[in-house]
Design a binder for this molecule. Structure first.
Ligand code: IMP
Ligand code: MG
Length: 460
């Protein structure tokens, strides 16, 4: 996984030596300058990826003014520890409530076709995406503060990671308490299992996914990993598939509520207890959306040819220790041997080069076939389609017998790890449903526990 947090962590002041590093007080100025820099650079700020940074800037002011770092050695004349914590908690809560209200106002604008004026949030964040639900940020902050003691900290301000988790909790609260979760989609690598690994029978994620199915929530595993056979997906997901096959608690209908969407949006498999690898491929004619059905094979080949040539050029120009891998709906570069790690910067550069070349090519300019070029952490892939199409297919597949024929974005939650690295393939799902951004399978487990608790409360 590559994330802004990981990059930032490596650059944190405590990890820099004093010669090039900054002391705590100069970092206060950095925080203050973030507050001033609320207006996005080049309009690329989107609430999910940049908002942790943006909200972090807003929380920096009360942190600077009220965290009382000298309280650890100087007691006289300063508020007591619990008083300082309460003050910080109150101020952080107020700010998050203000952001929450700003989002409410934005949703009101979004739903009012007659109103030609942009919301305040739209003015601050021109590229803001659609909101499928409101976000109870104040309640989510209070929940995370109880877990992470954010207000008790005197030296470490509310971090990017704190805010990411607050946003996740707010989203989980919204899809359970304000609405009903009908479809949960999950990325594979880093979300359900460690990068490049498989879903083993002992994984703590499995009983939690089974619980979702027991509660009649549909599950789609929407992974970029693109294989044409059930056998390959079984080898990555065997722990879950075998548990499903052996379960005596789930009804046959509930077992049918799991699908695997591979290659982002290219291969659909449904669970099938009698199939050799517990998965049956579903012919494209049964699930392609009308737009996808219009993607032309010749355009697909042309796009992949251009991507392959661009990836080959990057291997040469950046001297990458990598080999090309061409598939029928994707092309990528992987490390030449399993022990090699291609530098993160080279992977990011490759994605950006290939993306630009594809965008400027005639196949790319015509936008006839969407594609997703992304940094997978160890490799780079260009896939036909992307996870917004993958999740949309799951919404239609499971929504076919519902009144609208589709599960709506507000009833869908996609959980993934790729929201910020170049290409960010999970971020694409943000355009069709709500999302949660996790950083490890352990975080997915925590998220699912939060979800289960809220769903349980709602039921009771
Ligand atoms: P995800 O995190 O489940 O979406 O999986 C992404 C990872 O799948 C990539 O980083 C690759 O290591 C791997 N992968 C295997 N085949 C493909 C493919 O055809 N396209 C994209 N990624 C692939
Ligand atoms: Mg992933």
């Amino acid at each position: 996984m590559t994330s802004r947090y990981r990059v930032e962590y490596a650059l944190k002041t405590h990890r820099r030596d004093q010669l090039i590093g900054k002391c705590f007080f100069s970092s206060l100025f950095v925080f203050l300058s973030q507050v001033v820099a609320l207006v996005p650079r080049n309009g690329s700020l989107s609430l999910l990826t940049e908002s942790p940074e943006w909200i972090k800037g807003l929380l920096a002011v009360p942190f600077v003014l009220y965290s009382q770092p000298q309280g650890v050695y100087e007691r006289d004349g300063l508020p007591g520890t619990s008083q300082a914590r309460e003050e910080a908690h109150r101020r952080y809560s107020e700010i998050l409530r203000d952001v929450e209200l700003m989002i409410d106002d934005h949703i009101a604008h979004q739903n009012d076709a007659e109103n030609p004026f942009p919301s305040k949030l739209k003015l601050l964040v021109p590229s803001i995406g659609p909101f499928f639900t409101r976000l109870p940020l104040e309640a989510a902050f209070k929940f995370q503060d109880r877990k992470r003691y954010i207000s008790s900290r005197r030296f470490v301000s509310p971090s990017f990671n704190d805010i990411r988790l607050i946003l996740n909790s707010a989203q989980i609260m919204a899809v359970t308490t304000h609405g009903t979760l009908q479809l949960a989609t999950f990325d594979g690598d880093v979300t359900l299992y460690d990068d490049g690994q498989s879903l083993e029978p002992t994984s703590p994620v499995i009983p939690r996914l089974m619980d979702l199915l027991r509660n009649n929530v549909k599950i789609g595993i929407v992974t970029a990993a693109g294989y044409t056979t059930a056998e390959r997906y079984h080898s990555r997901l065997h722990g879950l598939l075998d548990s499903l096959a052996n379960s005596t608690e789930l009804t046959p209908a509930q077992k049918q509520n799991l699908v695997v969407m591979g290659g982002e949006s290219n291969y659909l498999f449904e669970f099938s207890a009698n199939a050799p690898h517990l998965l049956s491929p579903v012919p494209r004619s049964r699930w392609l959306t009308p737009e996808m059905a219009a993607w032309n094979e010749q355009d697909i080949e042309e796009l992949l040819d251009i991507a392959e040539a661009a990836l080959g050029d990057c291997i040469k120009s950046l001297n990458l220790p990598a080999t090309l891998m061409r598939k029928d709906r994707a092309v990528g570069i992987i490390p030449a041997t399993p022990d090699i790690r291609i530098p993160r910067e080279s992977l990011e550069e490759t994605v950006l080069v290939v993306q630009k070349i594809l965008e400027l090519s005639s196949a790319g300019r015509s936008r006839r076939v969407p594609f997703c070029a992304f940094n997978g952490g160890r490799d780079v892939f260009v896939d036909i389609g992307d996870k917004s199409w993958g999740v949309a297919v799951c919404q239609r597949w499971f929504g076919a017998n519902t009144p609208g024929g589709i599960i709506k974005g507000e009833n869908t939650l996609h959980v993934g790890d790729q929201f910020l690295s170049a290409g960010a393939n999970d971020f694409r799902a943000r355009s069709v449903g709500t999302t949660s951004w996790i950083a490890s399978p352990a975080e997915t487990v925590e998220l699912l526990d939060e979800l289960a608790e809220l769903m349980g409360k709602k039921l009771s």
